[in-house]
Design a binder for this molecule. Sequence first.
Ligand code: HGY
Ligand code: MN
Ligand code: MN
Ligand code: MN
Length: 416
Amino acid sequence: MWKDLSPIGRDAESKGYRRHAWTPADADCRTWFKEQAESRGLTYELDRNGNQWAWLGDPAQGDAVVTGSHLDSVPDGGAFDGPLGVVSAFAALDELRRRGAEFTKPLAITNFGDEEGARFGLACVGSRLTAGQLTVPAARRLRDADGITLPEAMENAGYDPTAIGPDPERLARIGAFVELHVEQGRALDLSGDPVGIAGAIWPHGRWRFDFAGEANHAGTTRLVDRRDPMLPYAETVLAARREAELARAVATFGKIAVEPNGVNAIPSLVRGWLDSRAADQESLDQVVAGVEKAAREHAERHGVDLTVVRESFTPVVEFGHALRDELAAILGAGAGAGAGAGAGAGAGSGAERPVPVLGTGAGHDAGILSGTIPTAMLFVRNPTGVSHSPAEFAAEDDCVAGVLALADVLEGLACR
Ligand code: HGY
Ligand code: MN
Ligand code: MN
Ligand code: MN
């Protein structure tokens, strides 16, 4: 499975993945998903928001157990962020069939569309639309760097965008959603565990800072006559780092757009996007307020106008304790690398201690859906701790431990 998926959308030079929503690489991933589903005799379904589902059993029965993740990536993303959860879902089903497990509830495997928001700037579009956390007018206004709207991109990719919108009936038929994901940090590497359970997702958001100055000739304009927006932008990037350190949070200006973007032209506009996250809302508010205050002071000093727009925000996600505790009970101490039915419990890393529960600063579809249905997450050790980069990694043994743990969880939730 992995070898069929891994070449799709991989840049030969950077070795990173460029599987952006509704592009040919995304289409190839979707074809791969459909083939995996149909080759297992699962019922393939595409929902109104372009999310893919592979069903075992009749969804109308209700109380379905669903597992999966996303196949899209950030620019030059890693191989595991998203795909590990989808591949592990199919592999866990194969394992349960090997065990002879008898399903008492419907099971679905999913690929949620546009989780990374790399093309339109908003993360988790597929799950937000489904959960009613993104209105249809707002979704229709999403535009990529070339001015193509989300509906146009869906249509160009052969999908009908006219039906996008909330899907409460679908969610009402789901009893639990469990997403397996590569850890985007080193907590499991430090604790020596192959698998962990998600505790909470930090509150996080994206803010756009528009610094509007005055375009002019780079060579003939005296320094005193300039209203150069690049200067307050640069000072704001440094201020963001300081504010994050003070609040024990994180803040990143990872994306910038400059107009007219000419080497020999002082910019008229510098647009920077801030991604900030913190363990609690108060700290996050402190960072953003501090960055905005600094940005306004620097902009004023350089005679530059500033507009700040909050483009997206996800409040803290505390994964429901009931499902999380059920996972912990199913997995017992040391999930994962065992062999055989229910082997997750007690087998695995050999260290007889509860499966660790981790917080994360990364957003996920499971986080978006947790407002509507019980959701939980499993993390698989990433010894590099790096993510959103080709350096992202998970060792094969740990991926197998993740599959066995997921199989144990699905068996505990959906089988006799
Ligand atoms: O940005 C995130 O946290 C996620 O990877 N979309
Ligand atoms: Mn990601
Ligand atoms: Mn992800
Ligand atoms: Mn000239």
